[in-house]
Design a protein around this ligand. Structure first.
Ligand code: KG4
Ligand code: ZN
Length: 343
């Protein structure tokens, strides 16, 4: 039987990155992301500016994705888009664009949950990448979410633990802000930590009622008080110790994550462990996870770098699975800023 090729255009606009990708079945032909540099000046994403930038970027980004893939609009079989969770003004740009194009081309519309997409990015077919077998655990760590999930099927996600306050990406970004670093500070902490001593300073790790849950708001306060105390003694404290402070903060955050992940593996007996989301780009987390293959007997799955932070290819892979199930959406589907992993 000759296999038919399905071409899907996918759109991601949940936060501050405008993305468009073309997938041929589960393979990525193009994956274009326009980052919005404008937010760096404000120390965080400004929703109003984000939606304006999406409006500017969306047409050129889609055109570039089609061009790079060598695909004409009329060759497309479906359009997938991020329905949520995310910033409403940002989601609306991608949602409206996807709806209009699907009507114009008379092809199906597929609404995608952004958090499912971060996890299912592991199923994008790449020659050098293995896909996790079911069931597997996924530590989903991004700017908006921190969860340990048990995944038993492409459509079944069970939350074993999650943050009760800030997401881990926020912990990175807010700590970076306290150090005077621009947004998003996560990648900068990662960079400076490489030359620092992770045992230089220690911060108390939070306790949670459910031992698989996370809490990061206390850490931010602990760092703030620590910096205020040290700066009273030495006004150049941050400048003189930046690498060590970054390494110590990163080490504390990773300890919090790893402790819960180990416990979840022990409780479920599952040793296929994946990570997903923007924070999984962190080089130390990647290193520690790789080491755990030997020390804990895990098989670990780390997404390709370009599929970790927000991108449209991950929306496209969910679109492909939904297309194969004929799971289509009507034109009146609403963007939803709050969306649970199973919705
Ligand atoms: O998944 P993502 O692109 O957007 C959301 O859906 O939230 O994640 C963005 C988050 C930001 O908080 C950013 O600081 C963090 O991922 N991040 C990192 C690194 N790269 C991105 N955090 C730590 N180390 C990194 N290398
Ligand atoms: Zn994301």
């Amino acid at each position: 039987m000759s296999e038919k090729h399905i071409y899907i255009l996918s759109i991601e606009s949940s936060c501050d990155d405008t993305g468009a990708a073309i997938l041929q079945n589960d393979k990525v032909l193009s994956n274009i992301v326009a980052n919005q540099k404008i937010h760096a000046d404000y120390g965080g994403v400004v929703p109003e500016l984000a939606s304006r930038a999406h409006q500017q970027n969306i047409v050129p980004v889609v055109q570039q994705a089609l061009k790079k893939a060598g695909i004409d609009k009329k060759d497309l079989h479906a359009i997938a888009f991020t329905r949520g969770p995310g910033l409403m003004g940002s989601l609306l740009v991608g949602t409206s664009f996807a709806k209009s194009l699907s009507i114009a081309l008379n092809i199906p519309l597929i609404a995608v949950n952004h958090m499912q997409a971060h996890v299912l990015a592991h199923f994008i077919k790449e020659t050098d990448q293995k896909t996790p077998p079911f069931p597997f655990l996924c530590l989903t760590i991004s700017g908006g979410h921190t969860q340990i999930l048990k995944i038993t099927d492409h459509h079944i996600f069970e939350i074993l633990g999650e943050t009760i306050d800030d997401a881990v990406g926020e912990a990175f970004d807010k700590s970076a802000k306290l150090l005077g670093l621009p947004y998003p500070g996560g990648p900068l902490i990662d960079k400076y930590a490489k030359s620092g001593n992770k045992h230089a300073f220690s911060f108390t790790e939070p306790k949670t009622a459910n031992e698989l849950d996370f809490s990061f708001s206390g850490l931010k306060t602990a760092i703030l008080y620590f910096l205020q105390r040290e700066q009273k003694k030495n006004s150049n404290f941050i400048k003189e110790n930046l690498n060590d402070i970054c390494a110590s903060i990163q080490n504390t955050i990773i300890n919090i994550l790893m402790k819960r992940l180990k416990l979840a593996s022990k409780k479920t007996g599952i040793t296929n462990i994946a990570i997903a989301g923007g924070v999984s780009a962190n080089s130390e987390i990647r290193k520690i996870l790789k080491e755990s293959e030997k020390s804990l007997g895990w098989t670990t799955y780390v997404p390709k770098f370009e599929y970790t932070t927000d991108n449209a290819a991950m929306i496209g892979i969910v679109g492909y699975f939904k297309y194969m199930n004929r799971d289509f959406n009507k034109e009146n589907t609403l963007a939803t800023s709050r969306l649970k992993i199973n919705e």
